[in-house]
Design a protein around this ligand. Structure first.
Ligand code: GRF
Length: 214
């Protein structure tokens, strides 16, 4: 059955753009709507350029956001929520309602450097390898089952911004890939681990380490 995703954004929306490009080009086989909690989000106008329906939910609390979001998600028959630079925490009832159907991208190799300022945390810690992670969102912040990770080197003169730019290029590769796997029912969660049922990931494209089961 044709699937529908809701991409949640708060800001510039570069991951959203990478996802919408793949939908437009038929690489991800689904329909999308965009939901923002910030009317100044630059991503909103980018979404409109793709002819995508955008929705604004301004809220004072995560509970209020969840109420309005659930109404909209039900009306639109949304199957999956894709958090793409969405800067607010989701309420437990929204997360539970969409259990195993919410993805997030985090700009670090989880479980290292959870939370805010992940790139600064990596630079300050002096790690030599950093990266990004696509995972299922659960009530454990940045702690849900990991789907795909990509790694980049950290250079001695890196700033959080220079590292962020290098990581972002990998985000734009692994997030659409993870969504494509999700949409085509090829992800299987067993405890903390995610298995990919059958895949064609090009390991040379970036350091992606999924385990493929037939
Ligand atoms: C990305 O770095 C992502 O990892 C983090 O928020 C940022 C969103 O960037 N969760 P964009 O709005 O997709 O450009």
């Amino acid at each position: 059955m044709f699937k529908k995703i809701a991409i949640f954004i708060s800001g510039r929306g570069s991951n959203m753009t990478a996802i919408l490009e793949d939908i437009k080009n038929g690489i991800i086989d689904c329909e999308a709507i965009v939901i923002s909690d910030n009317k100044a989000a630059a991503g909103l106008s980018k979404a409109k350029q793709f002819g995508i329906k955008t929705n604004l939910i301004i809220h004072n609390s995560k509970e209020q956001f969840a109420r309005d979001a659930i109404l909209l998600l039900d009306t639109e028959n949304v199957d999956y929520i894709i958090l793409a630079g969405f800067m607010h925490l989701l309420s437990a009832n929204l997360i539970n309602r969409y259990k195993d159907r919410i993805l997030n991208i985090h700009p670090a190799l989880l479980p290292s450097f959870k939370g805010l300022n992940a790139r600064k945390q990596a630079v300050d810690a002096g790690v030599k390898i950093a990266g990004c992670t696509v995972h299922f969102a659960t009530n454990d912040l940045d702690g849900g089952p990991i789907i795909i990770q990509a790694a980049v080197p950290v250079k001695s003169d890196d700033t959080p911004d220079s590292l962020a730019a290098r990581i972002l290029k990998k985000e734009h590769i692994i997030y659409p890939k993870a969504i494509s796997l999700l949409i085509s029912d090829r992800l299987e969660i067993k405890g903390k681990k995610v298995f990919i049922k059958k895949d064609d990931i090009d390991e040379n494209q970036c350091m992606i380490v999924p385990e493929v089961v037939q």
